[in-house]
Structures are given as C-alpha cells and as structure tokens.
Design a protein around this ligand. Sequence first.
Ligand SMILES: *[C@@H]1O[C@H](CO)[C@@H](O)[C@H](O)[C@H]1NC(C)=O
Ligand SMILES: *[C@@H]1O[C@H](CO)[C@@H](O)[C@H](O)[C@H]1NC(C)=O
Length: 355
Amino acid sequence: MANFKPNLFRSVYIFFELMEIVVVVGKPQVPCYFIFGDSLFDSGNNNELVTTARSNYLPYGTDFPQGVTGRFTNGRTIADIIGELLGFDEYIPTYATVTDQHISRGVNYASGGSGIREETGSHLGGRISLDRQLLNHYSIVSRLFHLQRNITFTRDYLSKCIYIVNIGSNDYINNYFKPDIYATSHMYTTNRYAQRLVQQYSRQLKCLYNLGGRKIAIFGLGLIGCTPAEISTFGTEGRPCVKFINDAVKLFNNKLKPILDDLNAYNPDAKFTFINVTSISLQQGTVLTNVPSCILRSDGQCVQTTLISLVRSMSMFYDGYHPTEVSNIHTARLSYIAISPMDASPYDISHLVQL
Ligand SMILES: *[C@@H]1O[C@H](CO)[C@@H](O)[C@H](O)[C@H]1NC(C)=O
Ligand SMILES: *[C@@H]1O[C@H](CO)[C@@H](O)[C@H](O)[C@H]1NC(C)=O
C-alpha cells in the first residue's frame, strides 16, 4: 500500500509531461480545426460505405506520404494544407476513425458525393449529407463537453477553433444537372434553386454556430462548368467551359455572399468568411492546363491503375472533377490568407489538465 500512491502520482505526472511536449512541438495557432464538405475535403470517411464516390485505390494518393487514404487527389487536399499552415503537425482524423483521445484537435466530417440537400448524390450510393455531418459534429461536441467537464471551458474552446465548409458542388453535378434521376430541375429555375440551396445552407451554418463555432470559413463553388468531366458530358459549343453550368453556379455564389453578410450582422461574436474559389482558380488558369492526370471512368473518377501520369504537376485536375495537389497548394495558400485574420490568437493549453 505504501508504494502504491507515489507510483500513481508519478505516472500521472509523466502523462502531463508528455502532453506538454506534444503541444509544444505542434504549436498550432488555434486549438482545433473542424472540416465539413464533400469529396474536395474528404480524407476517407467514405472508405467503408457502399458507394462509387470512394477513392481508396491507386492512382489516388500517389503523392501522399501515407499513399491511398480516400483523398480524391494525388496528394494533400486543400483542407490538409490549410491545417499545415495553421500549424497542425498531423492531419485531422476522419469522423469514421477518430477516437476520444483525438477529438479535441478536431474532426474531418467531409464525405464524397454529399450535398446541402439530403438526396444529393443518392444514385452514387452511401454518403454523409451536410445535415448528417452536423449531427456527427453534435455527437463529437457532446463528447468534448463530457471529457473536458467544464461547460465554460469547452464553450470557450470551441469558439477558438477554425471551421471550414466546402459543399454545394454535388447539388449541381449530382442533382440539378442529372435531370433523368433528380426532380429539382423540373421543379425550380436555376435562380430559384440557388435561392433554396443558400436558404438551407444558411440554416445549416447557423446550426454550426449553435454548436459553438465562431470562426467559420465557407468556400464558394468553383467553375464546375470548366471541369473535364462536365465538358465531356455536356460539350461547350466552342467555348472553353460549359456556360449554363457556370451561370447556375454563379447564381449560387452571388446569393451565398449576402447570406454570410447577414449571418455576420446577426451574430457579431462570430466571423463567417467567404472564400471566392472562382477568383482563386482564375488566377492559376493561366499556368495550369485542365487536362486530367489519370484515365477517367464514365463518372469522372480515375480508373483503378498504378500508372502515374507526369502531367499532374502541370494540370489543375487530377481526375474529371478534383484538383491536383499543385492546384490545392495554390488554393489553400490564398484561402489561408483570408482565414488567418479570424483572430487566431495563440492558444493556452493549461486548462486541458482537467481531462
Ligand atoms: C472552467 O473553465 C473556466 C474557463 O477556462 C475557468 O475559468 C474555470 O476556473 C474552470 N472551472 C473549474 C471548476 O475548473
Ligand atoms: C468572385 O470573384 C470573381 C472574379 O474576381 C468575381 O467576378 C465574383 O463577383 C466574385 N464572387 C463573389 C460572390 O463575390
């Protein structure tokens, strides 16, 4: 009995020392980083789902240190690179695999094929819609409250995290512009559809706010009509891109910006930042081609192969829809400039000992 107590204290002490080292090495600018979205940000949440929207096979991951992971590109995603720029020394774990031990640094909920609307992407198979990503976040936040055991602390903690959201592309590609499968284009004009989407999105972002998020970066939609897959499906009538798709997407972006302005006005303690992906990609269009780097399946994803194209260092696209790592680096750097002023004050770890 006499020896028992000192040993216990010693092991507890060592545990805190180790925690201290981990934190000092990492030195992220914010305590945590949560990721929501579709295949542009997915890092493996779909791996165990029955869906064609999966990328856990070669040539995806060719240039990623861990190889094939379920990322829809050759290397790092935009979300990965922003995480590095924020100072995280490890990639944020997927919701599908995360354990209690790691949730306090953040979770990646993004799912390929998913959308703002629940039915979006259903013909591809399983996917986690934005509504269900928010439910998953609710369960993670509940776990955090339970583990940290101090409501004031956890609230404060969640308000310091960075949240990034990139969703809506599939509500066009795998919904509105698949009129044989989905009813939306028969029900709504492009203008009305964009309006419905941003209204729903606004409620979802408000939900993220209600779950404690305060520094939220929202990615607008890119020029979907310029992706190799949409160009080969619809043709361009001599233009560089599919004009009616870009026009529809532009309506969405133009309506999204004022919705975020409203959210900022009504919630002065939060910062919703719009990332203009169109302006970012226009800046690189001159140096990168839009020739895909792999052999495409009919759905625009890479055919399974170990052949690696060297074109990937000069192209904006890896497959029919998803950017190459080279392109992602560019987008992430410019996005980070917009995200970093979100009052990213250094984080005080001292209260974590309550865990
Ligand atoms: C809870 O957290 C707050 C804010 O970090 C802190 O001021 C307070 O002392 C904590 N309460 C307890 C009981 O540890
Ligand atoms: C995004 O940037 C493009 C190109 O600079 C611009 O034409 C467009 O109006 C911007 N979109 C929004 C919603 O601000």
